[in-house]
Design a protein around this ligand. Structure first.
Ligand code: MSP
Length: 512
């Protein structure tokens, strides 16, 4: 059973993972951890998309069998997940038997009801690249670019899926389900796209052209078009797990919304009589110097390098803080370092060490109980009152960057509170009122840090666990209870120090 099923796109295995791939896993993981903390039973799926022309070609060039090639790259993607602290429940590969069986079952079902038929595919074919070309692939003068070699117009018998006959149903579905696609402006794009008539979808490739795919159950002379195969992963992974499908959110990049996820997938499910997912969460692209980061453009950053240098929490924080889900975001080492230094090392890291140092220096290493409040305490509590509730709301609306912006403003106000109370001055005084205020200020800063740490848990699972440990804090109760201001740390023994986000050695900026 699951209340919340969440998936990432499954990555092509024709190249190593880059920041764009890492981001999608992290974003999905943040949602998954958030929902778990809110009490949902979550099921989280990710995986690799392994069939198709590109994999077959790349494997051939390398002189290895496609399966061996796919095994190696899929292993790289799988190895990345624990290093990014991704809490997925399952990893699906489209070359697994459990997936192929379900794809074939669905194809057979659609064929039997007449939604798949045999027809003729007309198109321009490049023998050199072994692919059909589109009008958009032509040079402005109408000729074909050199890389395609000789291009000929061919007619090929193939199987087609009746997309067009489902167009009115899809238009109506999108109109009636306003929140199906996040952000909303993407849903509008889909409605615009659907104003033009759809063509039926060619879902087969003759085996003499493409071996590396799932054979059609009703004609073994053909393999399945890779998108028809790949989309089914979301369902095939849980087909034998009752109650997981359909409350699904698919997290995808904007490049694969239209037509695959917003047109093919809903129609495939509807035709097969399977319930539709709950929604599509569509993120933008990470760019380098204004261009989409991608393996083929040679501008890709390897996420593992950054994890090795700064840790998974820092990378997770940067990507979630910097990207407004749905928009594009710029990635550079400079931008990363600037957030790392200001937010993590300065604002958060310093606060943790201040709490530890002062509790050790002025309270023998145990957080005191708070004495009476003054205005400064009331102000900080009020700041939390505003931030805490809003934070959860923003998370629920996928506005993680704003939520983190607000939370770090709160962290800065804890630091400002510490400056104002100056426990180092109160610690020198023997006056009873100052001793009481010292206890209050130590308790207040520790409690405020505890709250910020608890709130950061979905984004920085490792760092927040380490902070909780040095504060002597053992989480208890539900997450929303933990997020209430209280005196939860009174009496906790704190550790001497914690180096959370060490300052990087001054190194020359690396070119991507
Ligand atoms: N295999 C298909 C998806 C099939 S899902 C049934 C595919 N693979 S991909 O490897 O090209 O991309 C996987 C995901 O990574 C996509 O959601 C894509 O948008 C995302 N990203 C790839 N490059 C990206 C950036 N530069 N920035 C952010 N995400 C991008 O498409």
């Amino acid at each position: 059973m699951a209340d919340f099923y969440i998936t990432t796109a499954i990555d092509y295995v024709n190249g190593s993972p880059h920041i764009g791939h890492a981001y999608e896993k992290i974003l999905t993981d943040v949602v998954a951890r958030f929902r778990r903390l809110m009490g949902d039973r979550v099921y989280f799926l990710t995986g690799t998309d392994e069939h198709g022309q590109k994999v077959q070609q790349t494997a051939r060039l390398k002189g290895v069998a496609p399966q061996a090639f796919a095994d190696a790259i899929s292993a790289e993607f799988q190895a990345m997940l624990p290093r990014l602290e991704i809490s997925n429940d399952d990893f699906i590969r489209t070359t697994q038997e459990r997936h192929k069986r379900v794809v074939r079952e669905i194809l057979q079902r659609l064929f039997d009801k007449g939604d798949i038929y045999k027809g003729e595919y007309h198109g321009f074919y490049s023998l050199r690249q072994e692919q059909f070309l589109q009008e958009k692939d032509r040079n402005p003068d109408g000729t074909w670019p050199e890389i395609y070699g000789e291009v000929s117009e061919i007619v090929e018998p193939n199987y087609f899926f009746r997309l067009r006959s489902y167009q009115p149903w899809l238009v109506d579905f999108i109109a009636r389900n306003e929140g199906f696609i996040f952000p909303r402006f993407r849903q509008k794009q889909v409605s615009e796209f659907l104003k033009e008539p759809l063509n039926d979808l060619c879902i087969s490739r003759p085996r003499e052209r493409l071996e590396w795919g799932i054979p059609l159950p009703f004609d073994e002379g053909y393999v399945t078009y890779v998108w028809f195969d790949a989309l089914v992963n979301y369902y095939s992974a849980v087909a034998d797990k009752p109650g997981v499908w359909p409350p699904a959110w698919h997290v995808i990049g904007k490049d694969i919304l239209v037509p695959p996820h917003a047109v093919y997938w809903p129609i495939m499910l509807h035709s097969a009589g399977i319930a539709l997912p709950r929604g599509l969460l569509v993120h933008g692209w990470w760019m380098t110097k204004g261009a989409k980061m991608s393996k083929s453009s040679g501008n890709a950053f390897n996420p593992m390098d950054l994890v090795g240098e700064f840790g998974a929490d820092a990378l997770r924080y940067f990507l979630i803080r910097e990207m407004n889900v749905g928009q594009d975001g710029e990635f550079s080492r400079e931008l990363f370092l600037s957030r790392y230094n200001s937010d993590l090392a300065n604002d958060l890291g310093n606060l943790v060490n201040r709490v530890l140092n002062m509790t050790n220096r002025f309270a023998a290493g145990a957080v005191p109980a708070a004495g009476p409040d003054g205005d400064a305490e009331a102000e900080l509590r009020a700041a939390w009152g505003a931030t805490g509730g809003e934070y959860l709301e923003l998370f629920g609306q996928f506005q993680f960057h704003t939520a983190l912006e607000r939370l770090f403003a709160f962290i800065r106000s804890i630091n400002a509170y510490v400056e104002k109370r100056a426990p180092w001055r109160l610690g020198k005084s023997e006056l009873p009122a100052d001793r009481a205020l010292l206890a209050t200020s130590l308790a207040t800063m520790a409690e405020a840090l505890r709250l910020a740490t608890v709130a950061l848990r979905p984004v920085m699972p490792g760092a927040t666990q380490r902070i909780a440990a040095v504060l002597g804090y053992a989480p208890a109760g539900s997450w929303s209870q933990e997020l209430e201001w209280g005196g939860r740390l009174a009496g906790s023994a704190v550790a001497p120090a914690l180096v959370l986000f060490p300052r990087p050695l001054a190194a020359p900026a690396k070119a991507p």
